[in-house]
Design a protein around this ligand. Sequence first.
Ligand code: 5CA
Ligand code: ZN
Length: 409
Amino acid sequence: MHAWPASEVPALPGKGRDLRIHDTATGGRITLDPGPVARIYVCGITPYDATHMGHAATYNAFDLVQRVWLDTKRQVHYVQNVTDVDDPLLERAVRDGQDWTELAERETALFREDMTALRMLPPKHYIGAVEAIPGIVPLVERLRDAGAAYELDGDVYFSVETDPHFGEVSNLDAEAMRLLSAERGGDPERPGKKNPLDPMLWMAAREGEPSWDGASLGAGRPGWHIECVAIALDHLGMGFDVQGGGSDLAFPHHEMGASHAQVLTGEHPFAQAYVHAGMVALGGEKMSKSRGNLVFVSALRRDGVDPAAIRLALLSHHYRSDWEWTDQVLADAVERLARWRSAVSRPDGLSADALVDEVREALADDLDAPAALAAVDRWAERQNAEGGTDEGAPGLVSRTVDALLGVAL
Ligand code: 5CA
Ligand code: ZN
C-alpha cells in the first residue's frame, strides 16, 4: 500500500537529546538507545470510519518520537499497518450495504489526507492486512508445528502458556485480562480453548465473509495480533525500538503480539519499549467508532480549521494522559497559533538559542509537548511585547516548531 507524502523536516543547529520514554512493560521511564537507524512500529487504523481526534492524538505522539530521533541525526525506519479486514469493518460494510473493500479503501484514503494535512511523517512501509496474508500463513503454520497453536473447529488458536514472558507487557492480573479480552475482540467464553485468553491466529472461512487460501490451515482469514507481528518481523525484525499505539492496545493486542513473536523466534523482547498514548474522550466517554461520539479531523478541516491549529490542540495535552476534546481546546489552539505566527512574522527579534534547547529537552523528557508549547509561548510573548535585534531568530523558531512539533507557522 502507498503511504502519504512526507513534509520536509528542517535540520536544526546542534543535536537533540536521546529520548527518555515511559515503557508500559517496565512501568517506568527508560532511555532508548537506538542504533543509527531507529525502528518503530505503530499500529494503524481499522478503516471503517474517518480519522477522529483520538486517532490523531495517538499518531501525534509517535510522530514526536520520530522527530526527536531525527533531531539526534538518526534515520527512522517507520512501519504502520492498516487492518483492512476485520470483524468491525465487515460488520459496518454489511450494516451500510457497501462493499467492504471499497469502504476500507475510501477510509484509508481519507486517513492519508488527514495525516498529510497534520504533517505526520509517513511510514516507510504502509502495509495492509490483506496484502500481508501470504506472510502470515507460514507463521501460523510454524506456531502450530511447534506446538504453540492448536485447532478448534477449523479455527487456529495461539496457546499463551507457551510464552514464558506472557503478561510482561501489560502486567495485568488474570481477571483484568479476561475482562479486556472479552471487550477487545477476544472470545474467553468459547468452549474448548486451552486457556480462555488464547487469541485466534487463523479464522476458518465463514459463510458470506471473505477468505483467503491458508495452505495447510485451510481457507480463512488472519487473527488481529498475528497481522501486526508478521508485518513488524518482516520489515523491522525482533528487538525493534518502539511498539506504539493507544493505551487500549496494551492488552490484548501488544501483549499477544509480543508473545507470538517471542515464541516464533525464541528471542525476547519483541520491542525495547511499549509506548501507549492516553485516550481522548468526548462527552465523558472514550471517543470510539463503536460509540459514535466522534470529532473527525476531516470535518474540522471542512469547516476551515487550520490543520496547524488541530495539531496544536493535540500537542497541548501530554500524550500519556486521558483528556477530553472540547471546543475550548480548539479555540485555545487557534489563538495560540495566531500569537506564534505574529511572533515569527518579523525577520529579527529575541534570541531563540535557549528556546531550541528548551523544546528539545521537553520532548526528550517523555515527549512533554505541553512543556514545549509553554516554552514557545514565553518566547512569543516577549517577542510580541519587546522584540529584539537577533537577526533570523524568528526563522529559527519557525524551523524548531516545524521540525520538532510538526507545526508549520
Ligand atoms: N487496527 C488496529 C490496530 S492494529 C486499531 O486499533 N485500529 S483503530 O482504528 O481502532 O485505532 C487506531 C489507533 O488509534 C490505535 O492505536 C488506537 O489505540 C488509537 N485510538 C483509538 N481510539 C482512541 C482514542 N479515543 N484516543 C486515543 N487513541 C485512540
Ligand atoms: Zn496492531
